[in-house]
Design a protein around this ligand. Sequence first.
Ligand SMILES: NC(=O)c1ccc[n+]([C@@H]2O[C@H](COP(=O)([O-])OP(=O)(O)OC[C@H]3O[C@@H](n4cnc5c(N)ncnc54)[C@H](O)[C@@H]3O)[C@@H](O)[C@H]2O)c1
Length: 307
Amino acid sequence: MPGPVGSVGVVGAGAVGQTVAATLVSSGICHRLLVVSRTVEQAAALAADLDDMRQTTGSPVHPEARRAADLIGCRAVVVAVRATFANTRSSDVRMGGAAANAPVVRSLATALGGYQGTVLVVTNPVDLMTRLFAETSGCPRVYGIGSNLDSARYRLTLGQLLDVPATAVHGHVIGEHGDGAVVCASSTTVNGTPAVIPLAEVRAELRTRPGRISAGVGRTRSGPAGAVLSTLRKSLGLVDGTEELTCEHRGDWLGIPLRFTAGQPVACLPALDAGEDAQLAATVTKLRGAYQALRRPAPSSTRLETT
Ligand SMILES: NC(=O)c1ccc[n+]([C@@H]2O[C@H](COP(=O)([O-])OP(=O)(O)OC[C@H]3O[C@@H](n4cnc5c(N)ncnc54)[C@H](O)[C@@H]3O)[C@@H](O)[C@H]2O)c1
């Protein structure tokens, strides 16, 4: 594998941002890791903790606390911010963060206007937040993390259900990182052969797994951090391979497989059967509608006070 790249930025020093940052320090993927959070104190605290990790492990990655404007020179920036709000939803849970997280993502995108590096958005609802970041900033390489994590969970779950290693399973989960996720069962192969997929069990596991993790340890963090590292390696051209990421596809933004070669992505959607095609069309309509609603000004009674 090629040596470390220059600088990578991580914005957000919470559960996901901390785990992503620690994963990057231990992976040795970059020379400098710039940490940004809501307050300078938070960023400095995380950078100090990561510096301890660098010292104890002999990692070549130097963590530094910075401000958002300092990220312009980075090869890649990971956005893992979350506004403070109580999510009371029991279905379509990730959509519950749309209104609260949008202003944070918008202001970060404005600060990084014109940035030419790679941006990986983790903040939920990730399909909407990725599009919002891309359209606000004008950045050319903005991808959302989520469908790749769903796809990894799909391969793991199917491997366990069929008693084969996850590496024997080839298949994708696309569409929304949320209730509109589409399991591409008709194109899935196990040991290179089409297989009968226990779809109800697979869907139940994908739906309940994040909630179980959060109930047990507060937040999901290691899975998303792994999905970020895997995507960074491909999008920075360190390895070739496929990741299911949110990106623009025929005018809409949704999770699809992207095949990266030397860091350049090409969409490679699998063939869908009629049912999967209809599901994906419904998901695209849902995401488009939710994004349009997000862009509409809030009624005056619910607008934030600005004076
Ligand atoms: N896409 C995925 O696969 C995936 C998986 C897990 C979590 N998530 C999402 O990632 C986001 C972060 O999750 P978390 O558990 O780390 O949240 P968290 O609440 O633990 O941390 C959020 C961090 O964002 C910081 N922040 C808030 N406003 C900021 C601003 N204006 N500028 C800079 N930093 C700011 C906070 O200070 C905090 O450090 C959430 O939206 C969560 O739903 C996505």
